[in-house]
Design a protein. Structure first.
Length: 101
């Protein structure tokens, strides 16, 4: 996002708001079992929820991350795809940084 914010300065404010919303929907102080069934799929779009639930499951429920391989696969697929997409955008916009700054 830092490469895009160079060109669209107001996008930094939107990204800050999205990060704050993402923080509040991460299940740190609440349990995802309290969510209605039709909204549980939105919970898994937040990659931090996987990490938080991994700690909660391993420390409280004694369920280790290798016992849920699909969630681990989805987490790493999401992380790598976002990293590759970010690298692509950064490399594409890098030659124009000097013109804008």
């Amino acid at each position: 996002t830092s490469a895009v914010v160079v060109f669209y300065r107001d996008l930094g404010q939107v990204i800050g708001m999205l990060i704050q919303i993402g923080f509040w929907i991460t299940p740190i102080f609440w349990s995802p079992e309290t969510l209605p069934e039709e909204f549980k799929f939105l919970f898994f779009f937040n990659p931090v929820s996987y990490v938080v639930m991994g700690y909660r499951n391993s420390l409280i429920s004694k369920i280790w991350f290798w016992q849920e391989p699909w969630q681990t696969f989805y987490f790493w697929l999401l992380v790598f795809s976002l990293s590759i997409f970010g690298l692509f955008i950064f490399k594409r916009l890098r030659p124009h940084f000097a013109d804008v700054l």
